[in-house]
Design a protein around this ligand. Sequence first.
Ligand SMILES: [Zn+2]
Ligand SMILES: [Zn+2]
Length: 265
Amino acid sequence: MNGTLTFLGTGTSMGVPTLGCACAVCTSPDLRDRRLRPSVVVRWTEPASARHRVVLIDTGPDFREQALRAAINRVDAVLYTHSHADHILGLDDLRPLSFTAFRENGPIPLYATPETTLVLEHIFAYTFSPDATYPNRARVRIEPVAESNPIHGVNFLRVPVFHGDMEIVGYRFGSAAYLTDVSAIPEASFPLLEGLDHLVLSALRYKPHPSHATVDQAIGWARRIGARHTWLTHIAHELGHEATNQNLPDGIALAYDGLTVPVTL
Ligand SMILES: [Zn+2]
Ligand SMILES: [Zn+2]
């Protein structure tokens, strides 16, 4: 089955331009140097129902603007990678789309680990608490992330990765995989990443960081995994799009907001 993968945001947690910064990348006229917080959308048409399906990986603080830009007018599910603010804070902006989804299929499923669930239930207590009475709360329900998560004909496999000390979730779907906020990939996850056309890996900058991979670490994993195309995301303002891309090996490039690639699902 054919589908698409669109990068809704490719920036690190603070976004690029970074507030208060006047560096060359933050003031660059190149639109590919403007990076919203990291998230992707996977879209396809389900043969059984002929319905257009839309699955988000994370809903960051820029979700509303990203949905407008990418013409997202429905959401069938959200898969969360972890509970950091740059990956979850747009959950509330699912509200208008959740009202339509609710009439069709019930609440939108949000796939989350127990750890992410605790944070979502705390921050969005007015949505999830059994005592919630706010009438316009998002019509969503939390589903535990399993090893494989079938959603309207596409299987999203959980790929465990490390983000500093935290074990978080990457996803493989068809011939693509999305691994963000990675600082280490456990040996057991490599077999889940064989035969990829598109691999998305986070790479913050060149200088080491305790919980994010550098460009060179990402290149090392990209070579080992051997996807046809590797796209780097979760990018800080140290990396200018054009200059960085010129120094990357063939088959590896920085992603940018709005980039869409075809994927086999
Ligand atoms: Zn992040
Ligand atoms: Zn994070």
